[in-house]
Design a protein around this ligand. Sequence first.
Ligand SMILES: Cc1ncc(COP(=O)(O)O)c(C=O)c1O
Length: 463
Amino acid sequence: MIRAGQHAARAVAAGPRAHCRAQQVRYRAEGASLLTHSKGAGGTSHNIEESQQYWHDPVLRDQAMKIPTKKAKKNGKDELAGLPDTTDILDAFNTHLENQTRFHAGYPYNLDYDFRKLRRFLKYSINNLGDPFVMSNYGVHSRPFETAVIDFFAHIWEFPKDGYWGYVTSCGTEGNLHSILVARECHPDAVLITSKETHYSVPKAARAYRMECVEVDTIPNNGEIDYDKLNDIVAGYGAEGRSMILNVNLGTTVRGAVDDLHKVIQIMEDNNIPREKFHIHCDGALFGMMMPFVSDNGLSFDTMPIDSIAVSGHKFLGCPMPCGITLTRKEHIAKMSQEIEYLNSVDTTIMGSRNGHAALFMWYALRAKGVEGLKNDVETCFENARYLHGRLLESGVKAERNDLSTTVVFERPPEDFVQRWQLACEGDIAHMVVMQNHSKTTIDAFCAELELARVLAKQEQDK
Ligand SMILES: Cc1ncc(COP(=O)(O)O)c(C=O)c1O
């Protein structure tokens, strides 16, 4: 295979215009030939048809999308006259999404799935309103699927039998909001302690619930919570007799750093904090689902004094709609429950109406993969993350990866490349989170384009 360096060298020799052309041709060629499909994607044309070019022009697109506000006149001019029709707009959108799906590297979403068997369920208004374990009067629900999903996660996270409660949430954020609310209901005077690299949903919970929140420094170039500083903070609150809610990051958003649960628990023990004085919440948005399949870095609610966990369903598992799951110890949820006569169920969740399709999709994905499938996915993602890391270093790009993470952090690339690959950036770094839809071929295409983009940017700079 011709590598990007060779393409770039030829283009450099031919001058800047040839460069740009080479870049465009290469982007197109690589895009069309090298990248693997998400299995769920259609397989039609990969470029917006010429007749659908309006999609790329925000003004024309907004015009085309207009929803009529006036009653259509029988013989008068239709508000939508001359604009693309609904089918054309949907076709353009489909092509756009297909392209975006193929060039996606920044956010930890598994885009490799096939839910075609569930299409027939889109004709139902499936709503699991209320508690997953207490039927409401609304009969069009998917509770049996939801409770099966909860049982599966209780098993892999080793909750004691009959000692858990949980539900399918709308996303990881809702899981964090719920878990911290449960913790606050159990410890009304508690301070929330978390690291500075924590996802914004955690300090948001503190603001929403008007809780004091302490953000602890992280270890430089590593991203885990600074255990010495955490120890000092715990010792201080412990001496005051104050309750503590600790958020432990099982994979931070940007660097994928995993706080060491064993060390955090040891700090509570070293400071003689009584069990009834703390709640440990695990924010495992991405990695929480992978952790049980990674070496012996265990997560066991049976043997560890930890209390709740939240993960996203659209990340590692792969679901087309944002969703998630949260689990907590059964005894904690009692403090949150309210009987609601109108529902004939109990109010234990953050949301009232809840997405019944999400529970069905999660169930289907888990049933299709099983424990072995998840384990294979974890191994493949780690292998490909190591491959990406190596390829970047080979290309002279500064790159880092935590041992427990498939997130590869590297120097922020030129802006057009960032946009094309939908990279998440923070300051001068960007990351690619290697997911199931990133094969080695995709990674090769990504690295080849990155090399080329850097050569072109350098050339621009030197002009
Ligand atoms: C560590 C962490 N926690 C929580 C979340 C929130 O998850 P969601 O986007 O599903 O709400 C994210 C999202 O990226 C995350 O990285």
